[in-house]
Design a binder for this molecule. Sequence first.
Ligand code: NAD
Length: 427
Amino acid sequence: MGTNDVTNRVDEKDKETLNLLTSTQIVIHDALKKLGYNEELFELLKEPLRMVHVRIPVRMDDGSTKVFTGFRAQHNDAIGPTMGGVRFHPRVDVDEVKALSMWMSMKCGIADLPFGGGKGAILCNPRTLSFGELERLSRGYVRAISQIVGPTKDIPAPDMYTNSQIMAWMLDEYSRFRKYDSPGFITGKPLVLGGSEGREKAGAAGVTICIEEAAKKRGIRIQGARIIVQGFGNAGSYIAKFMHERGAKIIGISDVYGALYNPDGLNINYLLDRRDSFGTVTSLFEGAITNKELLEHDCDVLVPAAIANQITAENASNIRARIVVEAANGPTTLEATRILSERGILLVPDVLAGAGGVTVSYFEWVQNNQGYYWSEEEVAERLRKKLVNSFNQIYDISQSRNIDMRLAAYMVGVGKMAEASLLRGWV
Ligand code: NAD
């Protein structure tokens, strides 16, 4: 598909219905254009360089064999090895994995990491698999992709429904296969196997840093700032906790069943205690409102931390936040981004706000390579330094070029990769 095809597709279709890959291609195309690069470079970067499709036979507990489908996408390795999570999910398609690897490239570029983006997935419902079946599936996936991954090739990490135990099995399988210990093959490992302090909370910590920086730009004091967080799972609950600890007032939270709102501030510690492992809590309380109502309440900072496409052309005009910080992937459509931007609402895009996880994955890889481990404080401080720099660089570009922060973030994200690809003579 050439650029014109992309542009035509945008013209033909309502932007709201474009899939993840197409909308990512549109912003990458705009970013390359702003940077003065030609269409050939877009041709190179509009899809991953490599997309591997594997079939994984797994012996099930009942003795039968089930064959699972998996993917690994490697967007671009002009700067260095690719890096990115592996998700276990019953509904993932090829385009989504490609787009997610491209998002990882943007995050690596934004945080100035020596990597390109990668992403993997296995089509499965992990809730229906036993511990043993999960282990055999994780090991089978590593065997299937072992030729294209490695500490200097492509480094996996946890993602949706994968965790440090799954990383440990994958590490063990890789080490057995290669016949040497190789902790830098994968990140998000348990501490005892070479994991990094602060990795689990890194995503939420990155969002928190972005909220603080954005608040400074709008002259909002964190002490007493009114914050609404949509989603109370791994990301949302930690973000609410961190902001509460910094003195902000969490006036709204939500989960899949509804939302809780109190203009005087919710009792976050109590809600964290009552939350179940699926990130749900609202059904325990009387007077819950809907997610739609919550998003449209007046607040200083709105943090969508649940699922994609929550702020769309339909409700963007009703958003009353002064700042929106995207903790989830893709919560705001391109059309809604334009509307919020025209209304003067500062939108901190997912590729910047969500760069904390991959940044600490990079720190974990560095620690594995040097065999010397940092304290939690050192990790937190290095993360803060990197993301504060990235935030301010992107904010300054958005101000000086009069563009929204999403486009500015993509310019930073894609810029070095484009330069490296040209220098290598790929285009
Ligand atoms: P999770 O499954 O732990 O939690 C999801 C939360 O969203 C739950 O509270 C769930 O009830 C709620 N939810 C689900 N459907 C909803 C709906 N229709 N309306 C409102 N709420 C709904 O997931 P998670 O790990 O917290 O990830 C959430 C998002 O954040 C994903 O996009 C993920 O990729 C991203 N993420 C971001 C970070 C980060 O810090 N930036 C870290 C991890 C994950």
